[in-house]
Ligand binder design. Structure first.
Ligand SMILES: Nc1ncnc2c1ncn2[C@@H]1O[C@H](COP(=O)(O)OP(=O)(O)OP(=O)(O)O)[C@@H](O)[C@H]1O
Ligand code: SF4
Ligand SMILES: [Mg+2]
Length: 685
């Protein structure tokens, strides 16, 4: 199959501004505030490490120079026992930094483990872990810290680290759980799940990176909190006061009445060190926020020179003629008479369970999709289109339940797969290999902190573990070329692309494994008409070239008629009409379809008045008796109140067979004095 990169005419309005990793670090260092914070923190860490070698005196050694103010021989003065305060500060930095970093590492690890696990797994696991966190949250942490510290007086820094970890992890866990709960419902996480990524990869690549700002803030906050807690405990005499830390310096200054005797040099350095370190960590925190969030990061980028440098640094590699993912030979083009069914949906029923009842969102829906066919699904909001799409891809989630029906997929080799009986492992292989989905909003379905290329590559990693990095990169470039995105855009973040490009990137994700069927749920709704048209043309061109089948959902009936081979119209959770697009356009067989068509401008031919449909879609839990369209139907007659119309077979104007669930097509309906001639007035051209 000849796959050539074709760039679309869509204006590339969004500047290209991605940076490489090395540049990112440089940028982090170029922020003066962050750099100041980093330098100060580093100085403290280095001083703590080399304290034994640079301290002028033994911090505990007494001398005759008691309570001496800072001088050449004692830069920070002495205590009332003549001990050198500079040496105590240097040795004290070791204990304080150890407690700060140790407690922060343990607390953060515990918070992340409990918070992210609880938020992601949900159910009973979430309840147990949340209960545990809640118990620790309601414990009064200050008295508990004091009690625990009092029972561990000689355990040194390790005791304090444990005390701070035990009393401090629950808050972070709660915050991370809430964040994870919100993230796991985001479209890009759903999309990653749908593409077959494992839970661990989703947590590590989609959930955690989006929480790094919170985790980093919590880590740095805990460092300073732990140093302060240790200082407070030491100041109160609850820590081992024979071990030098900034807190024990303050303790001895207080017991030596430094404040009363005016010996400011005894307590000011320790207090100042804690305050300066706290400020430095806050500055680092600001920088991390900007470093992690690509949007914030780019706020200051923009010199043309920098952008040119980035572009030239990322020259596209030549696309491979043939990708490492095996591609199907293009099948014969779809013909209306085809009987080569690829997807057979039989009597599917999907309910939303809750609120003391069941909402039948999809009721007894049957249809077939043939190889190479584009099946367009139309219907007003709430008619069940997305529920149907999610159910056939098994992406529905509680409270949605499939209570009845079958979804049968036929492979090119003729073997049949019962989609609703696949186990998780089989389902992961089925989705994206055989059937993929293009979600509605690309901005939400793409991970905001991962580059486009990486997101496409993730799908390949999940399904083709044997492929090496070079092969994957080549396939990414090839896929971008197929959807008309320049190869160097692989390094862009979603927000750096225009809406049309993002949507085409989603299509590239959908095509990554060369599936047989692509389900598209309103893939172009958020785009303007020009871009919409370009995307649709691209989809059609790809379909013809690659030979996949499409289930296409949209509100836009004109668009649907133009691109579909067959149209299915849903109303109140049922398919009420199914016909070839041509027959449907020439003569809709259901009054609802006629109303829908009358709500849209014609694609050509004579002008006509746009009338629309009176009333609103039905409440699915209280459907009217008989035909559910009856309260809105201008052609309703008596029998419509008693009889639920089945789908009747009708000869369409083009000679093909259509189906419509309307009693006007039932001989009994005609017998009552009504006829399909009434519908003829709705003929649209
Ligand atoms: N989580 C849910 N809980 C209960 N009912 C739901 C839920 N999600 C959808 N529904 C109901 O199911 C019905 C079908 O919804 P669905 O989203 O499938 O419609 P749709 O045709 O895709 O609409 P739209 O065109 O607005 O996307 C609606 O009446 C809706 O109220
Ligand atoms: S069955 Fe009756 S109410 Fe329903 S669409 Fe047909 S004419 Fe209208
Ligand atoms: Mg929908």
């Amino acid at each position: 199959m000849a796959l050539q990169a074709t760039a679309l005419a869509e204006p590339d309005t969004v500047p290209e501004t991605s940076e490489g990793p090395a540049r990112l670090w440089l940028r982090l260092l170029r922020s003066p505030l962050t750099l100041t914070g980093l330098v100060i923190t580093l100085v403290f860490i280095v001083l703590a490490v080399i304290a034994p070698w640079i301290s002028p005196y033994d911090p505990s050694a007494v001398s005759d120079t008691a309570l001496a103010a800072p001088s050449g021989s004692h830069w920070l003065g002495t205590t009332q026992n003549g001990q050198d305060i500079l040496s105590q500060m240097l040795y004290g930095a070791r204990a304080s930094m150890l407690v700060g970093l140790g407690a922060a590492v343990l607390t953060t690890v515990l918070s992340v483990l409990v918070g992210v696990t609880a938020g992601y797994v949900g159910g009973i696991g979430d309840e147990v872990l949340s209960l545990l966190a809640n118990v620790f949250l309601v414990l009064p942490s200050l008295p508990l810290t004091i009690i625990l510290a009092a029972y561990l007086p000689h355990s040194g820094s390790l005791g304090i680290i444990l005390v701070i970890t035990v009393t401090g992890w629950a808050w972070g866990a709660r915050v991370l759980r809430a964040q994870t709960l919100s993230l796991r419902k985001r479209d890009f996480v759903e999309a990653a799940r749908a593409t077959g990524e494992t839970t661990w990869r989703i947590i590590l690549k989609d959930i955690l990176p989006n929480q790094v700002a919170v985790i980093a803030a919590s880590f740095l906050g805990t460092v300073i909190f732990a140093i302060l807690t240790q200082a407070s405990l030491a100041f109160l005499g609850l820590a081992d006061v024979t071990q030098w830390s900034w807190g024990t310096i303050l303790y001895w200054a207080q017991t030596g009445s430094a404040l009363l005797t005016g010996a400011w040099w005894w307590f000011v350095p320790a207090g100042l060190a804690i305050a300066v370190l706290g400020t430095a960590l806050s500055l680092v925190n600001f920088g991390i926020d900007e470093f992690i969030n690509p949007r914030l990061r780019q706020a200051g980028i923009g010199t043309k020179k920098a952008q040119r440098a980035q572009v030239s640094a990322r020259r596209p590699r030549a696309p491979r003629k043939r990708g490492p993912v095996a591609e199907r030979p293009a099948s014969a083009p779809f013909t209306p008479g085809s009987t080569d069914v690829i997807l057979d949906v039989r009597h599917l029923k999907v309910d939303y369970v809750g609120g003391g009842g069941r909402t039948p969102a999809v009721s007894d829906v049957s249809f077939t999709l043939r190889r190479g066919e584009v099946l367009g699904i139309a219907g007003e909001s709430g008619s069940g289109k997305s529920t149907l799409a999610y159910a056939i891809t098994r992406l529905h989630k509680p409270p949605a339940e499939i209570s009845q029906g079958q979804v049968l997929y036929t492979r090119p080799d003729g073997s049949t797969v019962d989609v609703l009986s696949l186990d998780e492992h089989e389902l992961r292989a089925f989705r994206w290999e055989e059937l993929s989905i293009v979600f509605q909003s690309a901005m939400h379905a793409l991970n905001p902190i991962l580059r486009i290329g990486a997101q496409i590559e993730d799908v390949i990693v999940a399904h083709r573990p044997a492929m090496n990095g070079q092969q994957r990169a080549a396939r990414v470039i090839e896929l971008l070329g197929i959807v008309g995105i320049p190869a160097d855009r692989a390094n862009s973040y979603p927000h750096e692309l225009s809406g049309g490009m993002r949507q085409r990137a989603m299509i590239a994700v959908g095509l990554a494994l060369d599936p047989e069927i692509i389900v598209m749920d309103e893939p172009t709704t958020a785009l303007d008409v020009v871009i919409q048209r370009q995307i649709i043309e691209k989809i059609m061109e790809l379909k013809d070239r690659l030979g996949f089948s499409v289930v296409f959902i949209t509100h836009d009936l004109s668009l649907l008629i133009e691109l579909s081979d067959t149209i299915a119209v849903m109303y109140g959770g049922k398919i009420v009409e199914q016909a070839s697009a041509d027959d449907f356009y020439r003569r809709p067989q259901h009054p609802y379809s006629r109303g829908l068509l009358a709500s849209f401008p014609t694609l050509g031919g004579a002008k006509r008045e746009l009338t629309g449909i009176v009333g609103s879609p039905p409440d699915l839990r209280k459907l009217p008796s008989g035909c559910s369209f009856r309260p809105r139907c201008p052609l309703a007659f008596d029998a419509c109140a008693d009889t639920v119309p089945p789908l009747f077979q009708i000869q369409g104007p083009g000679g093909g067979l259509s189906q419509a669930a309307c009693l006007l097509h039932d001989p009994a309906g005609r017998a009552a004095g009504n006829s399909t001639d009434e519908l003829a007035t709705g003929e649209t051209r």
